[in-house]
Design a protein around this ligand. Structure first.
Ligand SMILES: *Cc1c(COP(=O)(O)O)cnc(C)c1O
Length: 347
């Protein structure tokens, strides 16, 4: 790292810990360009990336990204959570979108390099440095509607942020629907902008029609996921969640929570869960539900809305087991517990 890069500091820390998620960025990004092969990593100003208006990404959707977090521990070390799993998933998304292949070693170096430059800006828990690797197709040819991009840009953007739910613990109201899909049925495992934008209109309608915070998409009447997070249901000592298939994003938080739940003695059932079974069981005492994802970690769901009927989950408050799973996960991320699964990369 050269010294001028080492001296770059955000204004943020002069004013204390950030509170709102995803609104502030570090002034530099790390990037590499693909043209037959990947270029050496470079540092560039966040404000200065330029794109040709005919770029493949802007017209034909060749874009994918990742979201992961770096945490500051009490001993001053900076630790990135499950970085290798996120890089593998970026590689998979890029492959499924026919984009240039991700070089996992280079991407790992890019992430560690840019986080290293801004290590003094990584806030203390519960805040963290959110890391957003982004891969976009850059061929400037609007004639390439049915051809993949041959060139691309990979950059790593950093955003220090506080709790996703700044007013404390979430208690979400979620609308269930079997009528629509979040995205194309074979594209659920791709982390790509197109999947998000195709889910938005359903969320907008659900917000207006029943004040829902999220829509839980249930293709063929089986519980899937929301537009942004995986879904888990807990009842009677079992944790039930959809098995991994092409229709859902293979969440790393989901995987982490399943691992921790298994260690706690919960029975893990990765299987189909019908709307009918969910609604029958959810009102029982002890039932709990949550959405899982890197940004929000685990957000409790306390109400379902289905065809206008309202169902209170369990006692209608965020569940105990979900809270304790979130605490277990945070303890590892924040360095307050050991890391038995080697989830952290220290930089
Ligand atoms: C990113 C994402 C998730 C959560 O994945 P994590 O690896 O846990 O962050 C879940 N569902 C969708 C649709 C996503 O895009």
């Amino acid at each position: 790292m050269n010294t001028s890069e080492g001296k770059i500091r955000s204004k943020l820390h002069e004013h204390g810990t950030p509170t709102e998620f995803g609104t502030t960025y570090m002034p530099k990004i790390c990037l590499s360009k693909f043209r037959n092969s990947w270029s050496n990593l470079e540092i560039a100003n966040t404000s200065e990336i330029s794109l040709h208006p005919g770029s493949h990404a802007l017209h034909y959707g060749s874009t994918c990204f990742e979201g992961l977090k770096a945490f500051r521990h009490q001993d001053g070390t900076i630790n990135i959570f499950r970085m290798h799993d996120n890089i593998q998933r970026l590689r998979q998304s890029s492959d499924l979108l026919c984009m240039p292949p991700i070089d996992t070693e280079l991407t790992s170096r890019m992430i560690r390099h840019i986080v290293g430059i801004f290590r003094d800006d990584v806030p203390l828990p519960p805040s963290s440095m959110y890391i957003r690797p982004t891969h976009i197709g850059t061929d400037s040819s609007i004639g390439k509607a049915s051809e993949p991009t041959k060139t691309s840009l990979l950059y790593v953007l950093l955003s220090p942020g506080g709790n996703y739910f700044h007013d404390g613990e979430a208690a979400l109201r979620v609308m269930l629907t079997e009528e629509f899909s979040r995205c194309a049925p074979d594209h659920g495992m791709v982390k790509s902008g197109g999947n998000y934008s195709s889910a938005l209109k359903h969320l907008r309608n659900a917000k207006m029609s029943c004040r829902a915070d999220q829509v839980l998409f249930c293709p063929d009447g089986e519980i899937g996921e929301t537009g942004v997070a995986n879904f888990i249901f807990i009842d009677g000592g079992s944790l039930i969640t959809r098995a991994l298939d092409k229709s859902i994003l293979h969440g790393i938080t989901r995987d982490s929570v399943l691992t921790l739940a298994r260690a706690k003695g919960l029975k893990i059932e990765e299987r189909e869960l019908s709307i009918e079974e969910l609604l029958q069981r959810c009102t029982q005492k002890g039932a709990e539900a949550a959405l899982t994802g890197t940004a929000a970690v685990m957000a409790a769901v306390t109400t379902f809305v289905y065809h206008g009927d309202v169902f209170q989950i369990g006692n209608g408050r965020p569940g105990q087991i979900i809270r304790s799973l979130r605490e277990d996960l945070n303890a590892i991320q924040w360095g307050e517990a050991s890391d038995p699964y080697s989830w952290l990369t220290r930089i």
